[in-house]
Design a protein around this ligand. Structure first.
Ligand code: TRP
Length: 326
C-alpha cells in the first residue's frame, strides 16, 4: 500500500470546508493507503498562540479526527512535537535550501502581510518543517489544497537535490488530488473559500455548531434573485448550497436538481441545513464521548507517536550519516 502523509494545524475550529475538503477524504483514504495523520502543533507556533489554548486545541483536534472516522487501528495519528526528528530534520533541510528559493513562497508573503508585528524566522522556515514532516516518513502521496502546492513542490526539489548530492535517501512525494472536488465557500460571501479566520458570524459552519446555529446560518446564506435552483457555477451562492447538499446526500446533480425543481430558496436552505445537521450529529456525539474519555485519546496518541517515531528515527539516522553528522 502506498503511504500518505497528511498534516493539519490545531488552530481554530474545524469547519465544513475542512471536513468536506480534507478530513472526509482522509477517512476514505484509509481503505486504499497506509496513512500517517499528524497534528502539526509546531507549525502552529509560527503565529503567536496562547499556550493553554494551543494545548487544548491540539487534543481537541485529535478527538475531532477520531470522531470523524480516523481509525487508529488502520492509521497512525500523532502530535508533531512529540517526535523531535521533525525539527531536527528541518534544520538539515534549512541548510540545503537557498534563501532565494525559500523567499519565493507566496504563503509567507501572505501571512507576513497579515501579521506584520510577528514576522518570525519560523514563519519563513515553515516550508522546511513541512518538508521534514513528509520526507521523514518516506511518504509517497500528500493530499494538499491549492495553497500548499508550492510547499510540496519545494519538498520535492529539496529531496531530489539531497538524493543527488548525498545518495538516495528520500522518496519523492506526489500530490494526492481529492476524488470529490468539494470546495466549500463562505455562506456570507460565496466568492471566497470558507475559512477559519474570516470574521463574519454567518461565514462558516463549524463541526461543533448546534443544530439551531446551523439552521440560523444557512437561513442567512447569501443567494441571488434568480429564483432557479440549479448547479450553475456563475451563481456562487446557490452553487455552494447545492454542493454541500450533494456532498452529504450522495445523490447525483440531476437528481438534486429534480428534487428542488418546484421549490424555493427557503426550502433549499432548510433542506441543506437539515442534511448537514443530520450528518454532523453522529460526529458531534462521538466528540462528546471522547471528551469524556480523555485517557483513551491519550493512549491513541501515545501509540501513534510510538509507531511513527520508529519510521522517523530510521530516516533521520540515515540522513545524518549521509551528511557526516558523526
Ligand atoms: N501547511 C499545511 C497547512 O497549513 C499543514 C501541514 C504541515 C502539512 N505539514 C504538512 C500538510 C505536511 C501536508 C503535509 O495546511
Amino acid at each position: 500500500m502506498k503511504r500518505v502523509f497528511s498534516g493539519i494545524q490545531p488552530t481554530g475550529a474545524i469547519h465544513l470546508g475542512n471536513y468536506l475538503g480534507a478530513v472526509k477524504n482522509w477517512v476514505a483514504y484509509q481503505q486504499d493507503y497506509e496513512n500517517i495523520f499528524c497534528i502539526v502543533n509546531s507549525h502552529a507556533i509560527t503565529i503567536a498562540q496562547n499556550p493553554d489554548t494551543l494545548r487544548e486545541k491540539t487534543y481537541e483536534l485529535a478527538m475531532i479526527l477520531l470522531a470523524c472516522g480516523i481509525d487508529p487501528k488502520k492509521s497512525h495519528l500523532f502530535i508533531q512535537s512529540e517526535i523531535d526528528e521533525h525539527t531536527a530534520l528541518s534544520w538539515i533541510l534549512d541548510c540545503n535550501i537557498a534563501m532565494g528559493e525559500m523567499s519565493r513562497m507566496t504563503q509567507f508573503k501572505d501571512k507576513s502581510q497579515k501579521n506584520p508585528k510577528n514576522i518570525n524566522v519560523g514563519l519563513f522556515n515553515y516550508p522546511a518543517l513541512m518538508a521534514a514532516d513528509i520526507l521523514l516518513y518516506q511518504a509517497e502521496l500528500v493530499p494538499v489544497g491549492e495553497d500548499q502546492k508550492q510547499h510540496l513542490e519545494l519538498t520535492r526539489n529539496v529531496a531530489e537535490r539531497f538524493n543527488r548530492d548525498f545518495g538516495e535517501c528520500f522518496k519523492i512525494p506526489e500530490a494526492l488530488i481529492p476524488p470529490i472536488g468539494a470546495r466549500v465557500m463562505g455562506l456570507d460571501n460565496p466568492e471566497t473559500k470558507m475559512s477559519k479566520s474570516a470574521n463574519g458570524a454567518n461565514h462558516a459552519i463549524f463541526l461543533q455548531d448546534s443544530a439551531d446555529e446551523i439552521m440560523k446560518k444557512f437561513k442567512k446564506a447569501t443567494t441571488d434573485s434568480q429564483g432557479v435552483i440549479a448547479f450553475d457555477k456563475n451563481r456562487a451562492g446557490i452553487y455552494n448550497l447545492l454542493g454541500i447538499y450533494e456532498a452529504f446526500s450522495k445523490k447525483s446533480k440531476d437528481e438534486i436538481e429534480k428534487h428542488f425543481a418546484n421549490k424555493g430558496y427557503g426550502d433549499l436552505k432548510r433542506e441543506v441545513a437539515e442534511i448537514v445537521i443530520e450528518s454532523l450529529r453522529p460526529i458531534q456525539e462521538r466528540i462528546q464521548q471522547l471528551k469524556n474519555d480523555r485517557s483513551y485519546v491519550m493512549d491513541v496518541l501515545k501509540d501513534g507517536a510510538f509507531r511513527a517515531r520508529e519510521i522517523a528515527a530510521k530516516t533521520y539516522r540515515e540522513v545524518k550519516d549521509r551528511i557526516g553528522l558523526v
